[in-house]
Ligand binder design. Structure first.
Ligand SMILES: [Zn+2]
Length: 179
């Protein structure tokens, strides 16, 4: 049976896109898209537990790779040309006479750091109190939204900032709150 992608509602997209202070988890530039940590094409769930904020550029580069595959390959390809010398113009700029094994170990360290960052942002996204705040404070619960998520994000930025500063207060209507 064919798997179907979800149509995310605007407030759900905002839960993901405004995590990590609205920045791409991979490069810290402004986030633009929701990235499947384990790619959709590889069986990754279309679920908040598998989505992080990313920029177009990182999302395109990562494509159908896992964070571990992408980041390790990126480090090695940027650092090594296979002719016996590190690529001094690559990410390991400044490294001299480093063997492939050492370079690989460094890549693993870099990759673990990225996976740690991904995990931290996923924890933020899955925070139920934060998610509930978006549900009750972002009045755009229809898919996509007429103006597109980016417009709503701009409009709601001050409100979201305040919500965060206030610790995502319980915003449910009083009849839904526990006595
Ligand atoms: Zn990025």
């Amino acid at each position: 049976m064919a798997r179907r992608r979800r149509r995310w509602r605007v407030f759900e997209s905002l839960i993901v896109l405004t995590a990590n202070d609205g920045c791409c988890v991979y490069c810290q530039r402004k986030s633009q898209v929701m990235d499947h940590v384990i790619p959709w094409a590889r069986g990754g769930a279309d679920d908040m537990s598998n989505l992080v904020p990313a920029c177009h550029n990182c999302n395109n580069m990562k494509n159908d790779k896992t964070p571990a595959e992408w980041w390790t390959a990126r480090w090695l390809e940027g650092s090594w040309h296979g002719n016996g010398t590190p690529n001094k113009g690559g990410w390991s700029l400044g490294l001299q006479d480093v063997g492939l094994r050492e370079l690989y170990l460094q890549g693993v360290e870099q990759t673990l750091a990225i996976i740690g960052a991904v995990e931290e942002v996923l924890t933020e996204i899955e925070d139920q109190q934060r998610a509930a705040w978006f549900l009750w404070n972002m009045p755009f619960d229809y898919p996509n939204g007429f103006f597109g998520v980016e417009t709503y994000r701009g409009w709601c930025a001050p409100r979201i900032e305040q919500g965060k500063a206030d610790g995502w207060p319980d915003s449910r209507p009083s009849h839904l709150r526990k006595k």
